[in-house]
Design a protein around this ligand. Structure first.
Ligand SMILES: *[C@@H]1O[C@H](CO)[C@@H](O)[C@H](O)[C@H]1NC(C)=O
Ligand SMILES: *[C@@H]1O[C@H](CO)[C@@H](O)[C@H](O)[C@H]1NC(C)=O
Ligand SMILES: *[C@@H]1O[C@H](CO)[C@@H](O)[C@H](O)[C@H]1NC(C)=O
Ligand SMILES: *[C@@H]1O[C@H](CO)[C@@H](O)[C@H](O)[C@H]1NC(C)=O
Ligand SMILES: *[C@@H]1O[C@H](CO)[C@@H](O)[C@H](O)[C@H]1NC(C)=O
Ligand SMILES: *[C@@H]1O[C@H](CO)[C@@H](O)[C@H](O)[C@H]1NC(C)=O
Ligand SMILES: *[C@@H]1O[C@H](CO)[C@@H](O)[C@H](O)[C@H]1NC(C)=O
Ligand SMILES: *[C@@H]1O[C@H](CO)[C@@H](O)[C@H](O)[C@H]1NC(C)=O
Length: 477
């Protein structure tokens, strides 16, 4: 149960749509015909949704593709930073929905049966985008020789990295914002950094005092649970149901749910509320404030959770059903049904990221083999191993290091950064891929359209990315 929760909750990070999502009706979507399987295992086809805006396109200018994420709401081509970059570059702004999301379902409402899920593969997702670009070129003579810049965030950042590493002939430049491309495999691997290590350092860097109080709050909670001192916990923590003394399953579920907000708050620490991602502005700064102000450990946990879930619409914490609870009130933008399949098959990232040993957060033990077995039992599909990700899809550290034209961007507040390439060696080739580490930036914040509340740091990051892209596309130097 915990395994499933981590899979679904902690990576509740990607998903599209900007700060104030464009009502879908406002966007003029189009559709292209895609093969259900690009490799001959099915003869059917389906309609895949996309949008295209040529307001600034000049013949031969770049195609700026926003790859859709794990959500049913596809960003309109004018609803991401690519639209603003199109203005600068004379580019064509397009966005493509990810297969199995929104109306782009190969088998309509029956798409999520195990038999029909099997065409949801990384190879097919990549081939969809390659086919889309081929059709655009065929249909628009002015774009016949256009270079292609693809951008997306979180899981989408993993995808854009994969596009460039596996289809460099189609994708000239990839912006992989918060792309978790180094988080596969086994948590016991001493080489792996992780989600909670990043969070731990972040909290300590911002306030030792707040960090110690959070650590103490979880210690007090654990003490209450192991000594069976649970009779008043329901009332103290706004729980929907009481905690049974001595039930260690419940104890673990409670720790997991109470801890979740300490991860979401920094991840989505945007300067404005961002519906579907965070119900309030600057949740990380608010949680630090709560920790500093509150001297009662149980009240600290209560207030931190209320801070998020009350404005999100929850009336109590349903700790016995944390997966459902977080899907509904945590990060509801994600389509968890499809995303669950993806993290069980070709994004095997669910374990490495999430041990919290040695941090201020509750320790947890997660087992990759157990996780893989649970996935196989649910879907009858095999989870790819770290070795397969590295060899079949070119995600080895060596190949990432020697790649060109990928920007891996990461924000200070974003724990996803703990499972993406941390730093690439400096090499003389100006075309070499880069990691950009930006202070005072949250999860894939660089990809949103500009907002009046944007911090200087985010504006600076976007400007740097644009200049790097210009230089990579330029023949002048
Ligand atoms: C995006 O373009 C659509 C037309 O396709 C328009 O209705 C909508 O208002 C635009 N959105 C923004 C944020 O400019
Ligand atoms: C290209 O044109 C064909 C024929 O009109 C159309 O069916 C297809 O959807 C178009 N594809 C794109 C990506 O514009
Ligand atoms: C696809 O159609 C071809 C030609 O009719 C047929 O030979 C083949 O078996 C079909 N493939 C599948 C997977 O159904
Ligand atoms: C698919 O499901 C949606 C949502 O439940 C429903 O509105 C729609 O009518 C269904 N479509 C078909 C073809 O059954
Ligand atoms: C984390 O700690 C638990 C219990 O203390 C231990 O069983 C587990 O092996 C540790 N995990 C890692 C990755 O060190
Ligand atoms: C807690 O309660 C359970 C179930 O009643 C019991 O088995 C266990 O020994 C108790 N633990 C303590 C520390 O009292
Ligand atoms: C412990 O709690 C879990 C989760 O609420 C519940 O399913 C299980 O029946 C409980 N076990 C006992 C022995 O009460
Ligand atoms: C914490 O205390 C500061 C200073 O007294 C106050 O400005 C702030 O509003 C308080 N924050 C919370 C969340 O109570």
């Amino acid at each position: 149960m915990q395994h499933v929760l981590y899979a679904l909750v902690t990576l509740a990070c990607a998903a599209a749509s900007a700060s104030t999502p464009t009502p879908e009706a406002a966007c003029e979507y189009r559709h292209l015909t895609q093969r259900t399987d690009h490799f001959g295992k099915h003869n059917g086809s389906f309609q895949q949704r996309f949008s295209i805006i040529d307001d600034y396109f000049k013949p031969g200018g770049p195609i700026l593709l926003f790859q859709g994420e794990e959500t049913d709401l596809l960003d309109c081509a004018n609803d991401t930073i690519l639209y603003e970059w199109a203005q600068e570059l004379g580019g064509l702004a397009v966005s493509l929905e990810h297969r199995y999301f929104g109306p782009s379902k190969p088998f309509g409402n029956a798409s999520t049966t195990n038999a029909n899920f099997k065409f949801l593969t990384l190879d097919n997702v990549m081939a969809d985008a390659v086919e889309f670009i081929a059709q655009l070129r065929a249909n628009m003579s002015d774009a016949k020789d256009s270079k292609v810049v693809v951008a997306s965030g979180s899981y989408g950042g993993f995808l854009t990295g994969a596009f460039r590493l596996n289809h460099p002939d189609t994708f000239d430049v990839a912006v992989a914002s918060a792309g978790p491309a180094m988080g596969f495999g086994d948590a016991s691997d001493p080489e792996s950094y992780n989600w909670y290590n990043w969070l731990n350092r972040l909290y300590l860097d911002h306030s030792l005092e707040a960090s110690l109080k959070i650590k103490d709050a979880f210690s007090v909670l654990l003490e209450r649970l192991v000594t069976n001192d649970t009779s008043t916990l329901q009332q103290e923590l706004d729980l929907c149901t009481p905690v049974a003394p001595g039930n260690m399953t419940q104890a673990a579920l409670l720790e997991v749910l109470l801890g979740q907000v300490f991860s979401m708050a920094p991840e989505f620490n945007y300067p404005y509320a961002n519906p579907g991602r965070t119900p309030i502005a600057t949740p990380f700064f608010k949680i630090l404030d709560i920790a500093l102000n509150q001297s009662d450990p149980m009240k600290l946990l209560l207030e931190a959770n209320r801070m998020w879930y009350t404005p999100a619409g929850a009336t109590c914490l349903d700790f016995e059903h944390p997966t459902e609870f977080v899907r509904t009130f945590g990060v509801p933008l994600i389509n968890y049904e499809v995303w669950g399949y993806i993290t069980c098959t070709y994004v095997p990232i669910t374990t490495t990221g999430f041990t919290a040993n040695g941090t201020i957060f509750p320790t947890r033990t997660l087992d990759m083999a157990l996780q893989a077995a649970a996935c196989e039992a649910q879907y009858g599909a095999l989870m790819l191993s770290k070795a397969e990700m590295e060899t079949r899809y070119h995600f080895s550290p060596e190949e990432i290091q020697k790649s060109t034209h990928i920007i891996w961007s990461k924000g200070e507040y974003d724990p996803t950064s703990g499972v993406e390439p941390l730093a690439l060696p400096l090499v003389a080739d100006r075309h070499a891929s880069r990691t950009l580490y930006a202070m005072d930036v949250a999860h894939r914040e660089d990809l949103f359209r500009s907002h009046e509340n944007d911090r200087e740091s985010t504006k600076r990051l976007r400007k740097q990315e644009l200049e790097i892209i210009k230089s990579w596309l330029s023949d002048d130097i």
